[in-house]
Design a protein around this ligand. Structure first.
Ligand code: GDP
Ligand code: MG
Length: 817
């Protein structure tokens, strides 16, 4: 238990703690209310507790208005010429002086206000701003103020007088002095004076937070005690009532109050305490309070009845009891205060932690702090990219995942939507072909035309590729800007610098990455590799065109046969009916042959077939035709097997020309409508169609005009309509462009992300830390970099102070228990 001397500083600390630190709550010390009948000595007791003469006392009714006396503890100011240490300790008043009893032992005279030593004073609520340093003036003001409201003629008034006593020697405590209970109205008093006073008293003592000092004069039988009667009404168990017996010196000789004081007469948990106040005579004689306390002590220690219990008697003991009661009250409040304090400490610690480590703020640690924050920033940047960051968002793609998304979705999609032959009309193709042949007649589909045409198409891959670089760059920028931490936000300049350095690094990398990607496209355009294993090749392209034509021819041939058989049966019927002579049958056969030859508009396919069978398809150097797939050759030769092997064309061309030459014809007459085809070849073509052979030669290029990718517009825009050979060539080139474009696109789609990762992402990732260190880790920059955000620094300081206060408070509480 705290000793008496500890109570003032302790209560002060706790009070400060709950008022100023915890803020919301108050320690809420009980108020002490003095009750008793008139002239029983209430004011005298109160005065003794405060230790100063300042209350009007006397016979008859003196206290006629409630006096609410607030004791306010203030720091002790050492007098200028005092021998005391010059540095005062405001909150650790060494002497406990709740009661004057203690004063007598320590410095009995320091309590008297010397001129110029304004250590204690009083203030009235009704006289704002005026300090009463002379306590006798306080008494006079109470008397004047009492009369002002309650009149001069013994009247009482419930309107309280509020007085504050400021002193380093008092507890923060509220004491209430009340008019005494009387039975018979006198003077101006109303007839129900007893009831009115009783109600007034009850009003104050009913508060559970008040300690009742129930004063009874010892020279009146205790069973008639009005104060105990009242106290019992509001505190039936006697838990907060202290019984006080005054005027023990005035008891009849031979009688004593030992029984009462020993608690044998009336049960009160806090017991009875006997006191001897100054008599009216003493008051008249201006007997000092300190002297009366000495006399009181002598009285008890020398009294035959009381000397054995003298340690439990007197004003000093009353003060001690009051202290214990107050301590008990404080203890009851402690668990609440403790819990609240712990919560506050936890919160403040957390807040403080969010401002960063305070131990680094010293100048010798600045380098370490810069390095630490730098490393954190760099790590955060890297982990965001790698996807190992602890703060991965679940709401949206971030960091590395965004980069993958850019590669896969954005870049991938923009490439796949590219049309390989965009902006490439049939006319463009034809013009390219014509230009590439120069003044000579077009002999083969030349490599030059394909090169010429495919290169701009490859160029189309560049914008999406560059866009991909930019998007990843932007994403890295975003990541870099999001790498801050609450800790870092404490140093806005450092944060800005970190972002700046990494941004610079990224920007530096943008150039090389972008130009590398440009190179990738340029590389693709630099050499058109028609030997690429996935490249369609002219032969395959042609085969597929011819396959399509063959399908169409078959359908045409079947239709032809169907029509023919209908015609034949019709003619047969006609002949049978009209002319029974069989000599006309030869004419019919001739008609049949003519009809068939009309469908044959192109160069003869059997010629091509036989050439292929001779194995000379790759003979022409400079042609774009790669190795001819075996399937093509066998398809074509199957046609030859069905046809006449020894055609005249075959022998004329020999084995050294490519089948393309044969296909398109060796001379510029190849674009005629197939008039050169022999009727024999024509009839054989029909026969082979019937035999399910490859009848490639029977149809014209009309179908090309119907191909969906060759629009009417393309054809209409032509300066002159395209020949069938040209149409075929255009279609061939077109297909080859598409095939080659696919190959290049696949390669670009593969290589650009790799390049971006290597040159931009990984490079920045790996060099961030080094770059930051080399740019920012400079002694001369530390103070600039570690400039603290003013508002934040203040917050932090505030937080630190708070935490210190809370810790101090926790220490105080630890001391109490
Ligand atoms: P209140 O009316 O209850 O406030 O009583 P006061 O404090 O004004 O005292 C009334 C009178 O009783 C005063 O003249 C006091 O001097 C006197 N008195 C109070 N207590 C004692 C005491 O213990 N012994 C003696 N001899 N007189 C006392
Ligand atoms: Mg009084």
């Amino acid at each position: 238990m705290a000793s008496l001397e500890d109570l003032i500083p302790l209560v002060n600390k706790l009070q400060d703690l709950v008022f100023n630190t915890i803020g919301s709550d108050t320690l809420d010390l009980p108020q002490v209310v003095v009750v008793g009948s008139q002239s029983c000595g209430k004011s005298s007791v109160l005065e003794n507790i405060v230790g100063r003469d300042f209350l009007p006392r006397g016979t008859g009714i003196v206290t006629r208005r409630p006096l609410i006396l607030q004791l306010v503890n203030i720091p002790s100011h050492a007098p200028p010429k005092s021998a005391h240490p010059t540095v005062p300790e405001p909150l650790s008043t060494s002497s406990f002086e709740l009661g004057a009893a203690a004063t007598t032992e320590i410095h009995p005279h320091t309590r008297i206000n010397q001129p110029g030593q304004y250590e204690e004073w009083g203030e009235f609520l009704h006289v704002p701003g005026q300090r009463y340093y002379d306590f006798s003036q306080i008494r006079r003001e109470i008397e004047i103020e009492t009369s002002r409201i309650a009149g001069n003629n013994k009247g009482i008034n419930r309107l309280p007088i509020n007085l504050k006593i400021y002193s380093p020697h008092v507890l923060n405590l509220t004491l209430v002095d009340l008019p005494g209970l009387t039975k018979i109205p006198i003077g101006d008093q109303p007839t129900d004076i007893e009831r009115q006073t009783r109600n007034l008293i009850l009003e104050y003592i009913a508060k559970p937070n008040s300690i009742i000092l129930a004063v009874s004069p010892a020279n009146v039988d205790i069973v008639n005690s009005e104060s105990l009667k009242l106290a019992r009404q509001v505190d039936p168990q006697g838990k907060r009532t202290i019984g006080i017996l005054t005027k023990l010196d005035l008891m009849d000789h031979g009688t004593n109050a030992l029984d009462i004081l020993s608690g044998n007469v009336y049960p009160l948990k806090l017991g009875f305490i006997g006191v001897v106040n100054r008599s009216q005579q003493d008051i008249h004689a201006n007997k000092a309070l300190s002297d009366s306390l000495v006399a009181e002590r002598e009285f008890f220690s020398s009294h035959p009845a009381y000397k054995n219990i003298s340690h439990r008697c007197g004003t000093a003991f009353l003060a001690k009891s009051l202290n214990q009661t107050l301590m008990g009250h404080i203890r009851e409040r402690l668990p609440d205060i403790k819990a609240r304090l712990n919560t506050l400490m936890g919160q403040t610690e957390q807040e403080l932690a969010s401002y960063g480590d305070a131990t680094f703020t010293g100048p010798e640690n600045r380098g370490a702090l810069v390095l630490q924050l730098m490393t954190k920033f760099a790590t955060s940047f890297v982990t965001s990219i790698e996807g190992t960051s602890s703060q991965i968002s679940t709401k949206e793609l971030c960091g590395g995942a965004r980069i993958y998304y850019i590669f896969k979705q954005v870049f991938g999609h923009s490439l796949s939507t590219l049309d390989p032959v965009a902006n490439l009309s049939i006319r463009d193709i034809r013009t390219a072909i014509r230009n590439s042949t120069g003044p000579r007649p077009s002999l083969f589909v030349p490599e030059l035309a394909f090169d010429l045409l495919v290169k701009p198409q490859i160029k189309m891959l560049e914008p999406p590729s560059q866009r991909c670089v930019e998007l990843v760059y932007e994403e890295l920028m975003k990541i870099c800007h999001n790498c801050g931490s609450p800790e870092l936000s404490r140093y806005p300049r450092l944060q800005a610098k970190l972002i700046e350095v990494v941004s610079d690094l990224l920007r530096e990398r943008l150039g090389p990455t972008s130009s590398y990607v440009t190179s990738l496209i340029a590389i693709q355009r630099a050499y058109i590799n028609t030997n690429h294993p996935n490249f369609l090749g002219a032969a395959t392209a042609m085969t597929s065109i011819m396959e399509e034509r063959k399908q169409k021819d078959k359908l045409d041939a079947i239709e032809e046969l169907r029509l023919k058989s209908i015609e034949e049966s019709r003619q047969a019927a006609e002949a049978a009916e009209n002319d029974k002579n069989s000599s006309n049958s030869n004419d019919k056969n001739n008609d049949k042959n003519k009809k068939a030859s009309k469908h044959s508009k192109s160069t003869s396919s059997d010629t091509i077939a036989s050439t292929t069978a001779n194995g000379s398809s790759n003979a022409v150097n400079g042609s774009i035709i790669p190795d001819s797939p075996i399937s093509t050759a066998s398809n074509l030769s199957s046609a030859a097997a069905n046809g006449t092997a020894n055609s005249t064309s075959n022998s004329a061309n020999g084995g050294k020309d490519s089948f393309l030459n044969y296909f398109f014809g060796k001379d510029n007459t190849s674009n005629n409508d197939g008039a050169s085809a022999t009727s024999a070849a024509s009839s054989r073509t029909l026969a082979s169609a019937n035999a399910n052979a490859a009848g490639a030669g029977s149809s014209g290029f009309d179908y090309l005009k119907k191909q969906p990718d060759l629009t009417e517009e393309d054809l209409e825009n032509g300066e002159e309509s395209l020949s069938e050979k040209e149409l075929f060539e255009c279609e061939l080139i077109r297909r080859l462009i598409i095939s080659y474009f696919h190959i290049v696109r696949e390669s670009i789609q593969d290589q650009v992300p790799k390049a971006v990762m290597h040159l931009l992402v990984n490079f920045s990732k790996e060099s961030t830390q080094n770059r930051l260190v080399s740019k920012l880790y400079k002694e001369s920059m530390f103070s600039e970099l570690l400039y603290e955000d003013e508002a934040l620094a203040q917050e932090r300081k505030k937080c630190e102070n708070m935490l210190a206060t809370y810790r101090e408070a926790a220490k105080i509480i630890g001391e109490v228990v």
